[in-house]
Design a protein around this ligand. Structure first.
Ligand SMILES: [Zn+2]
Length: 233
């Protein structure tokens, strides 16, 4: 099983480049999905603050209606007051009017407060609309960028894959089985450079026997992690 370090280095480089390119190829759609999810979240946020704004407006309208009915009630009590025949009835009407005026004053304060909430909620709606606009813009940009890069990445994958296959054609048959197996299980971690006298993948120390095999271009796999070993340039 004679395989040169140069060939193993090339194989490893191709596997790493392919892994990197495939990762980039998969990252694009993930980025698009993340931005789409963000837009959805911003749409939900806008719907929520719009509903809150509507509720705040409704609360003001209800209070204003109540205020008007109290005004009407006081007006009719005043009419009754002018046609009043007994002092007792007169006093009772005066008390009623006074109590209603207090209630109106409380209601007026509440309306002022509620109008402040309407203003706040409208500001929240404007901000949420702005955030959504920016989020949508960003999502369009990311999609365009991913779309434009996709064909380049796919061309690179095809090129490196062809390069890898060309290198693999030269592999001796007795090496090929073990190599295919470790590539299937470890992908771009199927090979490792020797670092000092250790496996560069798992840092297990290699025996002098393994090192001497490697020096004479005999394929050696790390006994600890199974990576195919090769010497650096
Ligand atoms: Zn190892």
């Amino acid at each position: 099983m004679s395989v040169t370090a140069a060939l193993l280095r090339d194989l490893h480089r191709c596997h790493r480049q392919l892994a990197d390119l495939r990762e980039r190829h998969e990252r694009g759609p993930k980025q698009i999905r993340a931005h789409e999810a963000n837009v959805k979240r911003l749409e939900d946020e806008l719907a929520k603050v719009k509903a809150e704004s509507l509720a705040a407006r409704k609360s003001v309208d209800t209070k204003q209606l109540t205020l008007r009915s109290k005004e009407d009630k006081i007006a009719s009590l005043n009419v009754k007051l002018s046609g009043c025949s007994t002092n007792r009835e007169y006093q009772a009407l005066l008390e009623q009017i006074s109590a209603d005026k207090v209630a109106m004053s409380v209601l007026e304060d509440e309306i002022l407060d509620a109008l402040g909430k309407v203003d706040d909620s409208q500001a929240h709606v404007a901000k949420a609309q702005e955030h959504l606009g920016k989020g949508k813009e960003e999502a369009v940009k990311v999609r365009a960028s991913v779309d434009s890069q996709r064909s380049f990445i796919e061309a690179d994958i095809a090129r490196v894959d062809a390069e890898l296959k060309a290198f693999e054609v030269d592999l001796p048959a007795d090496f090929r089985d073990g190599y295919d197996r470790v590539v299937r299980s470890k992908g771009d971690d199927a090979l490792a450079e020797v670092e000092g006298d250790c496996c560069g993948g798992c840092y297990q120390q290699l025996t002098p026997n393994m090192l001497s095999h490697l020096k004479s271009a005999v394929a050696v796999a790390c006994k600890s992690c199974g990576r195919m070993l090769y010497f650096p340039e």
